[in-house]
Design a protein around this ligand. Structure first.
Ligand code: HEM
Length: 182
């Protein structure tokens, strides 16, 4: 049993210079490590209107060749005031040779995705390998996600979705900044 009062013997690192040293396979994704926050916009043909949201995303590692991934979003109004909690998801990005990525992501809406793709030049592109749905989850057939580290120091995110009978198309786009950066 883990004693919650005791410090974890293998804490995650949030930066490339922290211990433990990152596994060599994480090299193409070192720029992703840390906590990011920002805003995005989303929509879908089945929704009455577009929405604006804020999001926090955390990437960490424990020295092995995978990233821990955690994302929380909440809807905001035009002034940025929080309206209500929105999507949450967490998972693991498993790094393989030549920058190949296998990502496992689960959501409290009953959706579990396995995505595959590649990390290169500060960009990760992921497409659906498999989706598993809980009995009461909405129908999701596929998604395509793109994460890009830009020259301005932002992490830009685009998410296309094929769901509820609609073909693959835009659902979300966001721009995040590393917490602590101005
Ligand atoms: C930042 C992350 C996300 C935000 C802010 C977001 C926001 C929303 C919102 C506001 C809706 C309308 C229903 C509602 O009000 O709850 C919605 C619907 C939906 N979203 Fe997302 N979403 C996110 C991520 C995802 C992801 C990762 C998936 C699946 C892979 C997904 C799949 C869906 C589906 C299937 C619907 C239902 C569409 C319908 O029934 O017409 N969303 N999303």
């Amino acid at each position: 049993m883990i004693d919650p009062a005791r410090k974890h013997p293998y804490p995650d690192a949030l930066g490339p210079d922290e211990a433990p040293a990152p596994h060599a396979l994480l090299t193409p994704l070192l720029g992703f490590l840390g906590t990011w926050t920002g805003r995005g916009r989303g929509g879908y043909p089945t929704l009455a209107e577009e929405f604006a949201y804020a999001q926090e995303v955390v990437f960490s590692h424990d020295g092995r060749p995978f990233l821990r991934y955690e994302a929380r979003a909440w809807l905001i109004d035009a002034d940025g005031t929080p309206l209500r909690p929105a999507a949450r998801e967490s998972g693991w990005w498993r790094l393989q040779s030549e920058g190949r990525v296998e990502a496992l992501v689960t959501q409290p809406t009953g959706i579990a995705e396995i995505l595959v793709g590649r990390a290169a030049d500060g960009t990760v592109d992921l497409t659906t390998h498999q989706v598993a749905l809980a009995p009461t989850a909405k129908e999701v057939d596929a998604s395509r996600r793109s994460y890009t580290l830009t020259d301005e120091g932002t992490l830009d995110f685009v998410h296309d979705l094929a769901a509820v009978g609609q073909p693959l198309q835009h659902h979300l786009a966001a721009r995040l900044r590393r917490v602590g950066d101005s």
